[in-house]
Design a protein around this ligand. Structure first.
Ligand code: EPS
Length: 390
């Protein structure tokens, strides 16, 4: 069983990710982890915080001599901004600490501020937003980089791109080669494979900037090289589509998820939606007429690319704040504003990749097991041979 957890607060000392259950012997490059962290920080429309931070992974357990050793992997990413918050968020109360707090009493509609404060009995939303912030996803991306390293050993790659920013939408499918080229870019604008659409997306972000607003969008995660047979139809919680949906919707600001062409499919007839089945006698394998199912049928991967889309609402911290009510006085007040991103769709795509990689790695290890990479490979190769002899 592969388990992962994150800890850390947005303006605390650091973020932490732990992963337990990775087999020993997976090659790990810290540079590759840092590249993923860098990708998460990019995108047109990000706010001032990204100018402060240069996220770097410090692996403090589970990797020695560039390989996993089977013990839990622990990764730490320091918050540079912490130096501005040491007095406001001390671990131990000291004399005068009360005066140095930075309370947030005007909850932002759409954020966890109000529901969290009521639930945890705080009259200051600070402790809620510190953990609810999407800064936490730094740790998820670091953990996801470990999952990607495992999957890469089996020629499975996970990438993403942006399909929509507000009303600006990519009207064609992206090829796998386009996604690879996108992932190698050293300048990330809006992570769209089509230059003309990307410039329209940029205009939408500019418009939101001008008006003190924010804008959401849609990203698509594609997992390439996934074998047939991950996940299972036998129970609700073993269905891989359901597990992927949970992973994607758990990303901050994501309010919806689509596996394959779900929305389009729901608006048409069955004859136009199902991916027809054929058999290629020379290659001795089944082939499909299309991939509208997004690589999943009955909660099982079918060997085609896994396609999952995340729908982001616009970020809830607005420079031109919305109506709210003060937690202390209960009087009408405009919502709090410190600083914020205007659009985060490309970053959410990178986080989506991490979540998909983690779920696929979990399902992969459930099926193939192994305490060492050599053992996992032996199990995997046996299964691949069995399927090829079907
Ligand atoms: C984020 C860091 C945060 C926000 C953002 C994501 O930094 P700060 O709150 O210091 O400006 O930029 O968080 C949110 C979108 C949110 O709603 O809390 C990051 O590292 O991604």
């Amino acid at each position: 069983m592969l388990r992962f957890e994150t800890a850390g607060e947005s303006h605390g000392e650091c973020l932490v990710a732990t992963l337990t259950g990775l087999p020993a012997g997976i090659p790990i490059s810290v540079e590759a982890v840092n590249r993923e962290l860098w990708r998460r920080q990019q995108g047109y429309g990000r706010g001032g915080r990204m100018k402060i931070e240069t996220d770097r992974a410090e692996i403090v357990s589970g990797v020695r001599h560039s390989h996993t050793i089977g013990s839990p992997v622990a990764i730490l990413i320091r918050n540079k901004d912490w130096q501005n918050w040491t007095d406001a968020l001390p671990v131990e109360d000291v004399d005068g600490a009360e005066d140095k707090r930075k309370p947030v009493t005007r909850p932002r509609p759409g954020h966890a501020d109000l529901a969290g404060s009521l639930k945890y009995d705080f009259h200051d939303a600070r402790y809620i937003l510190e953990r609810a912030s999407a800064r936490e996803t730094t740790a998820r991306v670091a953990a996801g980089a470990m999952a990607k390293a495992l999957l890469r050993e089996f020629s499975i790659e996970v990438l993403s791109h942006v399909i929509a920013v507000g009303p600006a939408r990519l009207e064609r499918a992206a090829t796998w080669d386009e996604l690879v080229a996108l992932s190698r870019r050293d300048e990330i604008l809006l992570s769209c494979v089509d230059a003309e659409t990307e410039s329209r997306m940029k205009e939408v972000v500019d418009q939101a900037y001008r008006t003190g607003d924010t804008v959401g969008g849609v990203f698509e995660v594609v997992a390439h090289g996934v074998p047939v047979g991950l996940g299972s139809h036998i129970a609700w919680d073993t269905r891989l589509d359901g597990r992927l949906a949970q992973a994607i919707v758990s990303i901050q600001a994501v309010k919806g998820v689509e596996v394959g062409f779900a929305a389009e499919g729901s608006a048409t007839f069955g004859s136009k939606v199902q991916d027809t089945i054929h058999y290629n006698r020379e290659q001795r394998q089944f082939t499909r007429g299309a991939n509208r199912a997004g690589g999943l049928e009955g909660g099982i991967t079918n060997g085609q690319d896994v396609l999952v889309r995340g729908f982001l609402k616009p970020i809830s911290t607005l420079r031109r704040p919305l109506e709210s009510a003060d937690l202390a006085t209960k009087e009408p007040a405009l919502a709090a504003y410190e600083r914020s991103d205007v659009a985060v769709v490309p970053a959410a795509g990178v986080i989506g990749e991490a979540m998909v990689a983690l779920v696929l790695a979990q399902a992969f290890l459930e099926k193939f097991g192994g305490d060492s990479l050599r053992e996992t490979k032996r199990n995997f190769e046996g299964y691949v041979k069995q399927v090829s002899e079907y």
